[in-house]
Ligand binder design. Sequence first.
Ligand SMILES: C[S@@+](CC[C@H](N)C(=O)[O-])C[C@H]1O[C@@H](n2cnc3c(N)ncnc32)[C@H](O)[C@@H]1O
Length: 273
Amino acid sequence: MRAGTQLIGRPTRGTTGTNRLRRVDRWIAQLPALRAAPGPLVVDLGFGANGVTTFELESRLHRAGAGADVLGLELDPERVATAQGQLERTRRGETVFSPAARVTFARGGFEVPAPRRPAVIRAFNVLRQYDEADVPAAWAQMAARLAPEGVLVEGTCDEIGRVASWIDVGADARPLRFTVSLRLHGLDRPSIVAERLPKALIHRNVPGERVHAWLSALDTEWERAAGHAVFGPVQRWLATVAALREAGWPIDGTRSRWRLGEVSVPWRAVAPA
Ligand SMILES: C[S@@+](CC[C@H](N)C(=O)[O-])C[C@H]1O[C@@H](n2cnc3c(N)ncnc32)[C@H](O)[C@@H]1O
């Protein structure tokens, strides 16, 4: 990584895809940090080979009544040029996105060159290709740019967005929560998410680590709740979450979030030992 006036980060593969980030976008749309801020700015850091997930983020926030200016940042200049081309076509009404979409693109890395402090930075499938040891500095660099109540949402998902997990990090660079979000239809075991954990946790899914205990508990209760499957996978998931709460896991959030196949726990519940 390079510091100073240069872009901070290292080039990585640009894999992205339509609809891939719908789960985390839905979660971002209800964040108090976004809803409370007047004229909020949201940064999509490392948008990838093209700008589609940046446009989708803007449009989902708009539809959820949490409209924001969305700035897509990329280290790779060719990817920025591709996204700029998409933006020009969008302005001319030639794409599925609104010609009035509040989207801009620029080159940038973890130093987050933004015109004002973002309420939210989404960095998805970016740190995956870094080393675990790079994570604290990357979080600190991005968090330092946030608005005081702002949130960094750093995570990963599969190519089609059915399995996702993320960590939200406060402006003081401290991790707040760990969230798992799964498509419940056809779900075999919640621990499928083990393949898609944020970099800070993916090497920690071994016996003796808290995240391993958490994923094992999710699997155990999902299995025990199998009888609820006759009422559908959502009921089975609600029963799973209820049992985990009863077992003493510090589950965060509300039933309306759990119904979506999400579950969040405070960072301390999964923090590396
Ligand atoms: C796998 S793509 C992810 C694209 C999109 N966020 C998604 O989830 O579909 C990762 C992108 O992050 C970019 N990237 C890596 N490190 C970065 C950094 N420090 N700042 C900005 N972009 C970065 C890479 O150039 C790459 O295009």
